[in-house]
Design a protein around this ligand. Structure first.
Ligand code: GDP
Length: 458
């Protein structure tokens, strides 16, 4: 079981930098008392006399020396983010003032919170489950609308409710099976294989849909490792610059200019791409260029998407043929660029080799809608439903995969006429993994590793 001291913790919850307001959050039994030691309200009221969800205006003071004006809000346990007494001090957002205010708090009874410790306390106090806690991080790191909406749905319990439904189906069946086997003298109705199979089938469908959601969710949330490849001078850097909206890559008409890999995260439609502009792929004797080319070839095998750029105004050559060969097992889109010029390239040949083919002009933006559609389809972002229950990280994914296996096995065993005892064990195994997913039965190490990824102050 996870335990924690109910000691008083504090941290700056707003980003470090100059801004209108900074918030220092304090949580724990002594939070109101700590704040009372350093805050003098304008009307002379003490924070300890306040009801929850109320605020006072006044001054932060170090002994009797004023530091800054502040609005202090009090939240009373259990009706707060952490489930404990919480105080939030909003002071002016200067770096000096904010740091000094935190120091004051730490000098007067609080200790500095660890990364994610406020949310960890919310979890340990049963305010949220582990999927909801992880969604807090996803909301903060969301790069696009769909990712933010989906994370908010998860925060509000969309994934937890789906897992609860699977768990309930399984627990009901396991309980029925155990009662029937353990108490034969009682009048417990016989377990019907048909009903059992039907419910296991329902549980399996739900968990399989969740597992599938991870892939499309990845394109929307974490981002897909995407390479822009093609021969020198086909317009890779121009495309990169168009997609990022900034001049990152050097555009020249000298072949082989881009030698280093330049990375940038962009949102295209609903898909997040971690985009790399690469050295032009061609057979070369230049040793520096050769290293770049080899590096790109290695990365093609591990990337999530390759945008393979061709120059419409030049005929295909050996370099193009070998590139089409290189990407045959990689999710890829053939991007035929420079369609504003006369088209001499053999588009039928490219279409016969590539999974998708789009026509663009990177210099004037023609065809970008078509490219967006293709990216969304190939990455799975097109099928992403922001209102559905979605698995959003590797931890959740592994738990779901581990839960799916025994359910599938139980269905197979049941159909093959294997004893109900063995099926019960498999169902119980699946339930354990689902409890781990929601955090109801997750070890201390797992919980700590989840919260250690958070920032301090969250
Ligand atoms: P890279 O070597 O593949 O990165 O190619 P660059 O992006 O540096 O472009 C090479 C040349 O092609 C530059 O002179 C660009 O201005 C030009 N170029 C890129 N895209 C287009 C396009 O869509 N139409 C035309 N006409 N020229 C383009």
């Amino acid at each position: 079981m996870n335990t924690y001291n109910n000691d008083t913790i504090a941290a700056i919850s707003t980003p470090m930098g100059v801004g209108g307001i900074s918030v220092i959050r304090i949580s724990g039994e002594g939070s109101v008392e700590t704040a009372d030691r350093i805050f003098r309200s304008a009307g002379g009221k003490k924070l300890s006399g306040l009801k929850g969800y109320t605020a006072l205006f006044g001054k932060l003071t170090d002994d009797d020396t004023p530091l800054d004006e502040a609005v202090v809000t009090v939240f009373k346990a259990p009706h707060s983010y952490t489930g404990e007494d919480v105080v939030e001090i909003s002071c002016h957002g200067g770096m000096y003032v904010t740091n000094q205010a935190l120091r004051l708090v730490l000098k007067n009874g609080a200790r500095l919170a660890n990364a994610g410790e406020f949310t960890e306390r919310a979890f340990l106090n049963g305010k949220i489950d582990l999927t909801e806690a992880e969604a807090v991080m996803d909301i903060i790191s969301a790069k696009g609308k769909a990712a933010a909406r989906s994370a908010l749905n998860t925060k509000e319990g969309r994934l937890r409710r789906e897992i609860d439904e699977v768990k309930d189906l399984l627990i009901n069946e396991a309980a029925h099976l155990s009662a029937w086997a353990d108490y034969p003298e009682e009048d417990i109705p016989e377990v019907s294989n048909e009903v059992l199979l039907e419910n296991l089938g329902k549980a399996h469908d739900k968990i399989s849909a969740l597992i599938k959601s991870y892939n499309s969710g990845r394109a929307v949330k974490q981002g897909i490792d995407t390479l822009i490849i093609g021969k020198p001078n086909v317009g890779k850097s121009t495309l990169m610059n168009f997609l990022t909206g900034v001049q990152k890559s050097i555009v020249t008409d000298i072949p082989g200019t881009t030698r280093d890999i330049i990375e940038e995260t962009v949102v295209i439609g609903n898909a997040v791409l971690i985009l790399s502009d690469t050295a032009g792929l061609r057979d070369t004797d230049n040793p520096v260029e050769k290293i770049g080319v080899e590096l790109v070839k290695k990365r093609i095998n591990s990337c999530g998407l390759a945008l393979v750029v061709f120059d419409a105004s030049r005929p295909l050559d050996e370099d193009d043929f070998s590139m089409l060969e290189l990407i045959k097992d990689t999710p890829s889109i053939a991007v035929i660029n420079k369609t504003d010029l006369d088209c001499v390239i053999d588009t039928e040949f490219i279409k016969s080799k590539a999974k998708r083919c789009v026509f663009i002009s990177a210099s004037n933006g023609d065809g970008m809608e078509e490219l967006t559609k293709a990216v969304e389809e190939i990455t799975g972002a097109a099928g992403f439903d922001e209102n559905a229950a979605v698995i959003s990280n590797e931890r959740q994914y592994q738990c779901a995969v581990n839960a799916e296996k025994p359910i599938a096995q139980a269905i197979e065993d049941l159909s093959a006429g294997i004893t109900l005892d063995a099926v019960t064990v498999l169902i119980e195994e699946a339930v354990q993994y689902l409890l781990e997913l929601t955090g109801e039965r997750a070890g201390e190490t797992i919980v700590h590793s989840v919260f250690s990824k958070f920032c301090v102050g969250k």
